[in-house]
Design a protein around this ligand. Sequence first.
Ligand code: NAP
Ligand code: ZN
Length: 351
Amino acid sequence: MCQKNMTSTRVLSVPSAKTPFEQTTIQRRELRPHDILIDIKFSGICHSDIHSAFDEWGGGIFPMVPGHEIAGVVAAVGTEVTKFAVGDRVGVGCFVDSCGECEYCLSGEEQFCTKGVISTYNSLDYDGNPTYGGYSQKIVVTERFVVRIPDGLGMDVASPLLCAGITTYSPLKHWNAGPGKKVAIVGMGGLGHVAIQFAHAMGAEVTVLSRSMNKKSEALSFGADDYFATSDPATFTELAGRFDLILNTVSANLNVDAYLSMLRVDGTLVNVGAPPEPDNYQVFSLIMGRRSIAGSLVGGIRETQEMLDFAAQQGIAPKIEVIRADQVDEAYERVLRSDVRYRFVIDISTL
Ligand code: NAP
Ligand code: ZN
């Protein structure tokens, strides 16, 4: 690779697990024919960034530049790029490459690529180089993994949709959230508050299950029909056998049996929250109601574009708090205390 055509970029990087962020400079690769250079404007902070930067899932690659909720503007394109031009408003989510040939890539579900999807950060690309994410002024991504931000969506609110949006939209669609369906959203954080909006827009009857009553009025403003506190044991008896679908967005382990008891016969508990420790449950909680436990990973690129277009059309937007680059350590602490309403977004011009 020709050194002189690489692009220097300022980044926020953690040298090792649980260390504070440092502002430093890295090189982005020279543009390949299908690559796009993006000037990043906003980058959301997902709880997965914290699990990764704290190495809670293991296998962390350090130094690490997290960030997979990226909104920016195309600054340059490779010689064979056809889908995008300089100046376009674009987004990048959790993935930056896949084989493009396996059955899952061909069906638009790149996240399940059999060769192994390449994550936006904390991953090794197919050349063996570490990937560095969106807490950065610039990124180079192959055009297949770049989506268009619709005109109706601000760049700042669009950024969290690139992970929190697609991670909740995809399972809600897959498990047919819609008219006549009773859907519960567990946990009202970054993912949860967007999930409420999508499930409501899809026509489902939406109940929020949060630890306390503190977020009730905002949950209703996002489109929830009902709201219960899971700290109150009466919630579980009152809602027994109620839901067709429970979407669990919680970053910690729950009492799975208690949540399964709120499913109807044939109901499904879908986990998108990804706590580091294993879950436990009684098989009888499934058997007695022909219930299922499932999981879902982000979503494919085609569906990510569909989700952004749907959000713009429906007026769906994350509620965000924009922060400076030097506030990210503090933001992580606040997310861990659930002191976020409801997504931190880094203004990259402050980096
Ligand atoms: P977040 O903003 O921190 O929200 C998580 C919410 O879970 C909190 O707001 C809180 O809601 C609830 N919660 C937190 N700790 C809890 C505890 N100890 N017990 C019960 N409830 C608790 O996080 P996020 O960014 O939405 O991410 C949520 C999870 O999804 C993370 O584990 C993340 O890694 C994972 N994730 C998975 C995927 C995927 O593809 N599957 C993609 C993105 C993120 P209340 O205050 O309302 O109770
Ligand atoms: Zn994420």
